[in-house]
Design a protein around this ligand. Structure first.
Ligand code: ZN
Length: 164
C-alpha cells in the first residue's frame, strides 16, 4: 500500500488594510492559493519553501499564509518601485532585453522583501521560533540574496544610460 504524506492546509479569510477581501489557502505540499476580491492569484511557493525550513508544519503554514497576505498588505511598496522603473523606461523607451529581465528580477525581489518584512513585523516566530542552525542560515541567505537582487538590479537599471 502506498503511503502518501498527509496534506495539511490552512485557510484564512481576512481583509487588507485598504479593504480588499482576501482568501488564502496554503498547503503543506507547498501549493498556495490566494484570492483577492475573488480574483485568483497563483503564487510560486519557492520563497516560503526556503524560509520555513526546520519549522513545525503548523507554524510553517501560519507564517506562509502571513507571507501571502503580506504581498497584498505591502502592495504600495512594489507599486512605488514599479513607478521608479517606469521612470527608467521613460528615459529609455526601447530598453535592451537584459534590462527588462533585470527589472523583473528587481521587482520580484522587492515584493518578496516587503512581504517577508510584513511577516517579521507581525509575527516574531518568523525569526525567533527555534529551528536548526542550517535553517536559520538558509533564512539569512534568503534575506541577503533578495536584498542584493533588489538593490543591485535597481541600481544597475538606474545607472545605465539609453545606449547601453
Ligand atoms: Zn512571496
Amino acid at each position: 500500500m502506498d503511503r502518501q504524506p498527509l496534506e495539511e492546509t490552512l485557510e484564512w479569510k481576512t481583509r487588507t488594510w485598504y479593504g480588499l477581501p482576501t482568501r488564502i489557502v496554503v498547503s503543506s505540499q507547498n501549493v498556495h492559493r490566494v484570492w483577492a476580491n475573488g480574483l485568483f492569484l497563483p503564487h510560486v511557493g519557492l520563497v516560503n519553501l526556503m524560509s520555513r525550513q526546520g519549522l513545525p508544519t503548523r507554524v510553517r503554514l501560519e507564517l506562509t499564509a502571513r507571507h501571502e497576505f503580506g504581498h497584498l498588505q505591502t502592495l504600495p511598496v512594489p507599486l512605488v518601485h514599479l513607478l521608479s522603473l517606469a521612470w527608467v523606461w521613460w528615459r529609455n523607451p526601447a530598453p535592451r532585453w537584459w534590462k527588462l529581465l533585470l527589472a523583473l528580477v528587481a521587482h520580484q525581489a522587492v515584493w518578496e522583501l516587503a512581504a517577508e518584512g510584513y511577516v517579521i513585523a507581525t509575527d516574531p516566530r518568523a525569526v525567533r521560533f527555534p529551528r536548526p542552525t542550517w535553517a536559520h542560515r538558509l533564512y539569512r541567505v534568503f534575506w541577503a540574496g533578495m536584498a542584493l537582487l533588489a538593490t543591485g538590479a535597481t541600481y544597475l537599471l538606474s545607472r545605465s544610460g539609453p545606449s547601453e
